[in-house]
Design a protein around this ligand. Structure first.
Ligand code: CTP
Length: 417
């Protein structure tokens, strides 16, 4: 469990207000003290009793409610984090102009902690120049304004403007608490290609060779980069039922060959390639068209599956850049899952791999019992081609992603690659 923090969940008046209940539940279950501050119109969509029951704290909307016991200034002052979900176009506009005509806007004015807005509105409202300007102003002032998800809105409408899933909002809320500062919006205009998850190499129509990658680290990379303003395409292999990150184009693939083709298709446009996928090094040479049956004779020899090497996608991308085929590419990031052995420790193997692969950054995880694969928390090292090495502090995979993205941002700033 993370350290207990004081979180204010502001809820504005949109149909997505009901989803704030799940968010409150997730944040309280993570061990935080949560106080819900809805607007008057939010309470037209969901009752105060729901929020009181889920947070265990009283719910007020106005600065005049219970004046003697609701310290409308202290609520903001004492918060470790304010999350507004959903943030409507109206709420964003009021936050920009510094209004304090209800408890939520008063709280936003007095808060000195990180503030996260999760917008939800109709697509037209989201893309209206007034909202676009308001979002830019809030980001310039240091608030984190999430990219909304795309998909079905109220009624028959669909497009950008959906509230991201509660799990995504709470993941990013926890990231801000872990970082202790806001997430910079520093990757606008940067096109990123991320691969994540494990590949599956078919043996026959029902069997495959797979691996234990959950895709969590790669999804966290895609999510953090999108929320820092990048245009992200995520090539996703098999993952443990992860939700697609909001604002990210997701391309689902199966085998290493499909992953390789997808990278070849998208890499020429990309400025950054992040190879977090666990790509199979070998595939069955022949894929049987019919299911392999076992013999009725228990002593009969078991089938032997011949394997063939797959392409090394990361090394291929580095080669293509050297050959001038990826003129946009400014940073190539590889991942290494290592165990030490008789020849050397984890870092010894990682340094050799960085040289062999020729990428700009290598993220190194020590793997073994309950480490790196399928778990939520992790740590590791970041090795750069110029010899710089740093430890990645223990924390969520989202925190790790945000530190790796800090390093990618530094490469982009230095005009590197
Ligand atoms: N990778 C790749 N194509 C492959 C295998 C790996 O692009 N066919 C990429 C992974 O996405 C990762 C990096 O290479 O970014 C390192 O993967 P890893 O499996 O640790 O390295 P290998 O080259 O397979 O080395 P080894 O298994 O011998 O340690």
């Amino acid at each position: 469990m993370t350290e207990r923090k004081r979180i204010i969940v502001g809820v504005a008046g949109g149909i997505a207000a009901y989803k704030a209940a799940t968010l409150v539940r997730q944040l309280t279950e993570a061990g935080h003290t949560v106080r819900v501050v809805p607007t008057e119109s939010a309470l037209r969509f969901i009752g105060a009793a729901t929020f009181e029951a889920l947070s265990g704290n009283p719910v007020h909307t106005g600065v005049w409610d219970d004046v003697h016991e609701v310290p409308h200034v202290r609520i903001g002052q004492e918060a470790d984090l304010v999350v507004v979900a959903p943030a409507t176009a109206d709420l964003l506009a009021r936050a920009v102009s510094g209004r304090a005509d209800d408890l939520l806007t008063a709280t936003l004015l007095t808060a000195r902690c990180p503030v996260l807005f999760a917008p939800a509105m109709h697509t037209e409202m989201w893309f209206h120049p007034a909202t676009v300007d308001n979002v830019a102003t809030l980001r310039r002032r240091g608030a984190v304004v999430l990219e909304p998800a795309s998909g079905r809105l109220t009624g028959a409408d669909s497009g950008a403007g959906r509230l991201p899933e509660a799990e995504e909002i709470s993941t990013l809320a926890n990231l801000l608490l872990e970082r202790g500062d806001a997430l910079p919006y520093d990757l606008a205009g940067v096109r990123v290609l991320v691969t994540a998850g494990g590949t599956r190499e078919p043996i026959d129509p029902v069997r495959f060779i797979g691996n234990r990658s959950s895709g969590k680290q790669g999804y966290a990379m895609a999510r953090v980069m999108a929320q820092r303003g990048a245009e992200v395409t995520l090539i996703a292999g098999n993952t443990a039922g992860l939700i697609d990150p909001a604002g990210v184009d997701v391309v689902h693939i199966g085998s290493a060959a499909q992953l390789s083709d997808a990278v070849a298709k998208h890499a020429p446009d990309a400025h950054v390639l992040v190879m977090a996928a666990a790509v199979a090094d070998f595939r069955p040479t022949e894929v049987q068209t019919n299911k392999i049956k076992k013999s009725a004779d228990p002593d009969a020899a078991a089938p032997v599956i011949e394997l063939t090497r797959t392409d090394d996608v990361l090394a291929g991308a580095v080669r293509a850049r050297t050959d001038g085929q990826l003129p946009n590419m400014r940073a190539i990031v590889g991942f290494a899952a290592e165990t030490g052995d008789a020849n050397g420790d984890v870092l010894f193997h990682a340094r050799a791999k960085l040289k062999r692969k020729g990428c700009d950054l290598l993220v190194v995880n020590a793997v073994g019992e309950n480490r790196a694969f399928e778990v939520d928390n992790n740590d590791g090292w970041l090795l750069a081609a110029d010899g710089a090495e740093s430890a990645l502090e223990h924390g969520s995979k989202t925190l790790m992603a945000s530190r790796i993205v800090d390093a990618i941002g530094a490469i982009l700033q230095s005009g590197g690659g």
